[in-house]
Structures are given as structure tokens and as C-alpha cells.
Design a protein around this ligand. Structure first.
Ligand SMILES: *[C@@H]1O[C@H](CO)[C@@H](O)[C@H](O)[C@H]1NC(C)=O
Ligand SMILES: *[C@@H]1O[C@H](CO)[C@@H](O)[C@H](O)[C@H]1NC(C)=O
Ligand SMILES: *[C@@H]1O[C@H](CO)[C@@H](O)[C@H](O)[C@H]1NC(C)=O
Length: 234
């Protein structure tokens, strides 16, 4: 092949390969890296456990030397077991949730060690989580087995849908978080935190489903959030 043609072809292949073809928010600067969970073979069918794909996508995003966006595509539903997205990351990371993250429907996916957690971000500075998508804790399987509802049952803890630990300069916005097993959003040991445009919904009778729970968090701004749950702010 003519070498110049080969070069053009290679550049084109590179371009198409790098194009995850997901629109990203305008505040994310040019030159960022985009990683889609689908690049790591997530199924997004709501039935297959996609945790492995998310772990791989997180590893790639968190180790990027330029700011990076992890995309969860829209109109898809990703079933996820307990996950811990751990930092520190090399560059600022945006977790762009456009589709739905769904919790397992079987409580035996959790063991005694991790029963209080579902999706965790730990030690990630400058993290943004947004995207207009949904986080669904499928809490009904926990509520119906709660000792608050049925006094004959043992009291065991239930997971929090979204937990942030040691995440300074955190922004969480424009997400629907529903039917958490217990508290919906927990921010712990973090400062400079902005939570906005969060729609947090669970049935009125769901036990201990606080909307937002702060624990050793400072300089926290909560704006334009709608919280309709069993409990409100904790
Ligand atoms: C998340 O994982 C890291 C690394 O394994 C661990 O040090 C940390 O304690 C975990 N965070 C939580 C909240 O369990
Ligand atoms: C939940 O998982 C356990 C262990 O894997 C299994 O024995 C049980 O049948 C499952 N329950 C349901 C309702 O799928
Ligand atoms: C409470 O739990 C016990 C033991 O699982 C069960 O037999 C009973 O039907 C439950 N009661 C209600 C009101 O759900």
C-alpha cells in the first residue's frame, strides 16, 4: 500500500476507535479521555452482572493522565454488585451516568463485611458524578425483611445506595436516586461538597431511607434537591 494512504487509514482507524460517540457535557474540556463501560463489554441488559466491566472501566478512567470521563450509556440498565471505586486518581474524573445502575435483587449478594455499602467512591478528589441517569437500589427486598416492619425478624444493616468517603471537592448533580436499601446518599469525611439537582425518591413507608446523610462532612452545599423518602435529611 502507498505509505501515505496507510498513514491516513491508520489515523482514521484511531479516530473511529477513540470515538465513544457519547456526547459529554460542555464543561468537560477538549482533550479529555472518554471511557465507556460498553468498551469493556458491559451488557446493560439489566440481567447480566456488569460489575467486572465497571471495575475495568474505572481502572482505565482513574489511571488516565488527562482528565477522564467514564460513561454509562443511556437507555440501558446495568446490574451491579457491591462496588468500591477507589482513588486517588491521576486526573479529575467525571462519572457520567446516563443510563440506570440497578442493585441485585438477592440479598445474599452481600456478606456481613460489606452489608452497609452498595456503590462506594473512596478517596477520589475532584470527582464529578452526574448525567441525568438513575441509581436504583431495589430496596423493597430489604424493606420487607426489615425488623422495623416485622418485629420477628433479626435487625441486620442494609446498604446505602451511594457512599462517598474522603472525596474532597466533590460534585454530585442531576441524578435520580431511588428505592435505596437504606440511606440514599452518604457523604463521609469529605469537604467542599456540592450536591444539586438530585431527585431522591422512595416510598413513604420504606424504613430508614434517609435522603442525604452527612458524617464528618464540611463546606457542603445542597441545592435544588427533591427528597421524598421514608426519612428526609439525616
Ligand atoms: C474501598 O476499597 C479500598 C481499597 O481496597 C479500601 O481501602 C477502602 O476501605 C474501601 N472503602 C470502603 C468504604 O469500604
Ligand atoms: C439468592 O442467592 C442464593 C445464593 O447464591 C441462592 O441460593 C438463592 O436461591 C437466591 N435467591 C433468589 C430469590 O434468587
Ligand atoms: C414476619 O416474618 C416471619 C418470619 O419470616 C414471617 O413468617 C411472617 O409472615 C412475617 N410477617 C409479616 C407481617 O410479614
Amino acid at each position: 500500500m502507498d505509505p501515505s494512504k496507510f498513514l491516513i487509514l491508520s489515523i482514521l482507524t484511531l479516530l473511529t476507535h477513540n470515538c465513544s460517540c457519547q456526547s459529554v457535557p460542555s464543561h468537560i474540556e477538549e482533550g479529555h479521555r472518554v471511557v465507556s463501560v460498553d468498551d469493556h463489554f458491559a451488557k446493560g441488559d439489566g440481567a447480566t452482572d456488569d460489575s467486572k466491566a465497571f471495575k475495568k472501566a474505572w481502572k482505565e478512567t482513574c489511571s488516565s493522565s488527562v482528565s477522564a470521563v467514564l460513561v454509562v450509556p443511556k437507555r440501558r440498565r446495568y446490574l451491579l454488585e457491591q462496588l468500591n471505586f477507589t482513588g486517588p486518581c491521576k486526573s479529575p474524573v467525571t462519572f457520567l451516568i446516563k443510563g440506570t445502575l440497578a442493585a441485585p435483587l438477592n440479598r445474599s449478594e452481600w456478606n456481613d463485611k460489606n452489608r452497609r455499602l452498595w456503590i462506594v467512591f473512596d478517596s477520589v478528589r475532584n470527582l464529578v458524578v452526574e448525567g441525568g441517569g438513575t441509581i436504583n437500589g431495589n430496596g423493597h427486598i430489604w424493606w420487607q425483611n426489615s425488623c422495623k416492619r416485622n418485629k420477628t425478624l433479626p435487625c441486620i444493616g442494609a446498604p446505602m445506595a451511594l457512599t462517598f468517603v474522603s472525596c474532597n471537592y466533590l460534585r454530585v448533580k442531576n441524578l435520580r436516586i431511588k428505592d435505596s436499601q437504606q440511606f440514599h446518599v452518604v457523604v463521609k469525611d469529605s469537604r467542599e461538597v456540592k450536591l444539586s439537582k438530585l431527585f431522591i425518591h422512595a416510598p413513604e413507608k420504606s424504613p430508614n431511607t434517609d435522603g442525604i446523610h452527612l458524617d464528618h462532612a464540611s463546606n457542603v452545599v445542597i441545592r435544588n434537591c427533591e427528597i421524598r423518602t421514608g426519612d428526609k435529611l439525616g
